[in-house]
Design a protein around this ligand. Structure first.
Ligand SMILES: [Zn+2]
Length: 348
């Protein structure tokens, strides 16, 4: 799963009234219905035009873009709209022969984020055997540090996102034995804050995206008992604003992608009912761009494929009609994940 783009860049920096305005304006002109046909077209056509400005600009995210698109279409029951053969060919070309890691795009350096996106796409297509899985396992193993943490790539940045990516890749490829899981758990647990949340490293501020990574990590490694679930769920519930939308940290604007990070974490902990699901559904649908069929971060903004996946993913968690069930830990269709790996999920 790739969190490298805007959800970790402060969206609010671009909003000049941000210090005054912590909520969105909601008026009766906002969409109240989700037209799936249009959204299917939006996702299927995304990135089709290789001369498109956006296509060139997002080269560094290409692998994750494909993951967002395939997952989104599969959840809407239309994976057939994408060309499986060319996607698999693209992934094969992105695996580094030397390290075994996978890059966002061929000729780029491999990174654990794109390695996970590639594995998720291959799982969806039941095509894991198309790449060198043992080499990928060795790559992930090589990124674990003595304190149990993980580098994202050879450049040596440490982040709890990478701990999640490491165990997600190894779980989906059945190679968990390659790393020191106990040490990996100790590192993640060293990032818990007094508010019950998690940051990117020890003593870093709690953030809903990183909480998802750490809760997802504990779900994959079957260590959810290490969480103070009541305290953490309470912090997550406080992310819901009057509009029904969720923010990622206190004092921030709501954003569709946090619908996923917050609601999936609560679902894994068996506490999704602690937030107002009907209001959240309303907020997500109000972020649909009726001209294109894509979802944006907030009502009236430009849609993108990232927010479209996380909007639809959250709608699936909320039980929206005609959407396939999504797995809250891996953000992939449940029917795919259930055949591969059983992550820990707490009961209601
Ligand atoms: Zn966002």
């Amino acid at each position: 799963m790739d969190f490298i783009d805007e959800d970790f860049i402060d969206h609010n920096k671009n909003n000049k009234n941000n210090h005054k305005k912590m909520e969105v304006d909601q008026n009766e002109e906002l969409p109240t219905k989700f037209d799936m046909e249009m959204t299917i077209k939006y996702v299927a056509n995304h990135g089709n035009d290789k001369n498109d400005f956006e296509y060139t600009m997002t080269e560094f995210l290409r692998m994750s873009g494909i993951y967002w698109g395939t997952t989104c279409l599969d959840i809407m029951g239309h994976l057939d709209k994408l060309d499986k053969k060319s996607i698999i060919e693209f992934i094969k070309n992105c695996q580094c022969k030397k390290s075994g890691g996978i890059a966002a795009c061929d000729s780029h350096d491999p990174h654990i984020l794109y390695s996970l996106s590639a594995v998720q796409i291959l799982c969806i297509y039941d095509a894991l055997d198309e790449i060198d899985i043992p080499a990928l396992g060795k790559y992930v193993q090589s990124l674990q540090q003595i304190d149990g943490s993980f580098f994202g790539d050879k450049w040596g940045e440490v982040d709890t996102r990478f701990s999640f990516c490491a165990v997600a890749i190894l779980a989906l490829t059945n190679q968990m034995n390659l790393i020191d899981v106990d040490k990996a758990v100790e590192f993640v647990m060293s990032c818990v804050n007094p508010d019950g949340g998690f940051g990117s490293k020890p003593y870093a501020e709690s953030h809903a995206g990183l909480i998802y990574c750490c809760v997802g990590f504990l779900s994959i490694t079957h260590n959810l008992h290490r969480l103070e679930t009541e305290k953490l769920a309470w912090w997550l519930c406080e992310r819901q604003l009057k509009s029904g939308g969720l923010n990622g940290r206190p004092e921030k604007l709501p954003d569709v992608c946090y619908s996923w990070w917050v609601l999936s974490s609560l679902t894994i902990m068996g506490k999704a009912h602690w937030i107002d699901g009907a209001k959240l559904k309303e907020f997500i649908i109000s972020c649909l761009d009726t001209e294109t069929g894509g979802f944006s971060d907030r009502p009236g903004n430009m849609p993108d494929i990232f927010h479209t996946l996380f909007g639809i993913g959250a709608l699936s968690l909320l039980g929206y009609e005609n959407l396939k069930k999504i797995n809250p830990t891996f953000c992939m269709p449940e029917e795919i994940v259930s055949k591969i790996y059983q992550a820990q999920i707490l009961e209601y």
